[in-house]
Design a protein around this ligand. Structure first.
Ligand SMILES: [Zn+2]
Length: 100
């Protein structure tokens, strides 16, 4: 009987079925509280904010929605476009440097 005991630290999941991990290492919410310091509550999975600060499932706009679009300058697509053009320019100037 005694040999069947497995210490809690050897189990793969917690008793509630959640994966084991160090809660102290979980990403923290950085929202500024009314006291002026960061919130520090654990952030919701896949988000940067805790459940009190807009991290709740279903809150916030879905990716790439156009509801608040004004000029699209900060949209992912145009940011990627600018990165691509910048790289082309860098490549071009490198080629120019090595040619002379
Ligand atoms: Zn928070």
């Amino acid at each position: 009987m005694h040999s069947e005991y497995t210490p809690l630290s050897c189990q793969k999941t917690l008793l509630n079925g959640n994966p084991r991990g160090n809660p102290a290492k979980a990403p923290r919410c950085g929202a500024k509280t009314r006291a002026g310091n960061p919130c520090k509550a654990p952030a919701v999975k896949g988000k940067q904010r805790c459940r009190m600060h807009g991290g709740t499932k279903g809150s916030g706009a879905p990716k790439e929605n156009q509801n608040a679009l004004k000029h699209g300058h900060y949209s992912l697509k145009s940011q990627l476009e600018r990165n691509y053009i910048r790289e082309l320019i860098n490549l071009g100037s490198k080629a120019f440097d090595s040619g002379h």
